[in-house]
Design a binder for this molecule. Structure first.
Ligand SMILES: *Cc1c(COP(=O)(O)O)cnc(C)c1O
Length: 363
């Protein structure tokens, strides 16, 4: 049974006697070794951290469980967030579990269907905002500053605290930090959280090394790469469609202190990685998650030598979040057949090589 991040890492989290400790099964996500992409890219030791395996299908649950526990500790009546989808899904689920109200501000028409479905099913109060994520976050910040409702975006420090536990898990699983950590960057809370987690473990002597943090924004939503906010961010990867990241400065510190990079990948590169990840590794991440793998592929093309290095790509959320994207962007290998065995056999035979077909018919 998963004990959850509050219990497992309570000594390293803001948990005291007054903090309720509970879990919906977040954390302890799989670290899966690559069988095909890693070797093909000259990186024998490549792993994927499957954050889509969290209870609501994204890493947001790690931070949300801490933020909600602290909101309960403070006797908050409810929580509020702006969201590209996953934060609202997570807030809604934890509020349902704890009996709190979740008010979620969602940019109208910009949220993937699966995420909207979750907020609805978990019973959040949904406010559709006629504006983008950055505008919605500005509203939430101002509203919660003046009202007794807890803000649960990643500007809430408890969110970052919870999310750093993913770095602890990677270090616990590998026995040390990896050489490189590839991660998508949107509001930049997660890259900040991972870096904090690795630094804390290093200071505690639980790891010998620190990773280089390799963050990737989408080209049309790359304010950190460009060095200026993007007024109208555009990308198919809706979870990182953010033009003015709240954790901009800490993300730059993570990059600089670790000797890493924050770079951009195009939507085409994201989609290529999204398809490769699913069809060659059996990992169905959402488009934003594929930015980590797109970044790895781009760095390899630009000459980064990963021989003898250990790398981890963070797969931040489940591909099921955005079913429209899967259906519209992949060429499905389907064929209609009559409901009889001959029809099925002829399809199988067609797809075999001539030699295999001969064996089949001969055997
Ligand atoms: C929130 C999210 C991101 C971006 O994380 P930030 O902390 O905003 O940088 C990436 N991928 C998925 C699936 C997300 O839900």
């Amino acid at each position: 049974m998963g004990i959850g991040v509050l219990e497992r890492y309570r000594d390293l989290l803001p948990v005291n006697e007054e903090t309720p400790v509970f879990s919906m099964g977040e954390g302890d996500t799989p670290l899966v070794r690559s069988r095909r992409l890693g070797p093909e890219l000259g990186c024998a030791d490549l792993f994927f951290k499957l954050e889509g395996c969290n209870p609501t299908g994204s890493f947001k649950d790690r931070g949300m469980v801490v933020a909600i526990a602290k909101a309960m500790e403070a006797n908050s009546v409810g929580v509020m967030c702006a969201s590209t989808g996953n934060t609202s899904a997570s807030a809604a689920a934890y509020c349902a579990y704890c009996g709190l109200t979740a008010w979620v501000l969602i940019p109208k028409g910009e949220v993937a269907l699966g995420k909207l479905a979750q907020a609805m099913a978990y019973g959040a109060r949904i406010l559709l905002v006629d504006g983008n994520f950055d505008a919605a976050l500005a509203l939430v910040r101002e509203f919660t500053a003046n009202n007794p409702i807890t803000l649960v975006n990643s500007v809430n420090p408890h969110r970052i605290e919870g999310q750093k536990t993913a770095a602890f898990e990677i270090a616990d699983d590998l026995g040390d930090a990896p050489d490189y950590l590839f991660i998508p960057v949107g509001n930049a809370g997660n890259i900040t959280a991972y870096w904090r987690g690795f630094v804390e473990y290093h200071q505690l002597g639980r790891t010998e090394t620190l990773p280089r943090m390799m963050g990737f924004q989408a080209e049309g939503a790359a304010p950190i790469v460009r060095g200026a906010p993007v007024a109208n961010p555009q990308t198919i990867a809706s979870a990182i469609r953010i033009g003015n990241p709240a954790s901009w400065k800490p993300a730059e510190r993570a990059r600089d202190q670790s000797g890493g990079v924050i770079d951009a990948v195009s939507d085409d590169e994201i989609l290529e990685a999204y398809r490769l990840l699913a069809s060659r590794e059996g990992i169905f991440g959402e488009p934003a998650s594929a930015a980590s793998v797109a970044g790895l592929i781009k760095m390899r093309r630009n000459g980064l030598d990963l021989r003898g290095k250990r790398a981890v790509c963070i797969i931040t959320g489940s591909g099921l979040k955005d079913p429209d994207m899967a259906v519209s962007s992949t060429q499905a290998d389907t064929v209609e057949v009559k409901p009889n065995l001959e029809a099925i056999e002829s399809v199988i035979l067609e797809s075999l090589t001539p030699a295999a077909r001969n064996d089949w018919l001969g055997g």
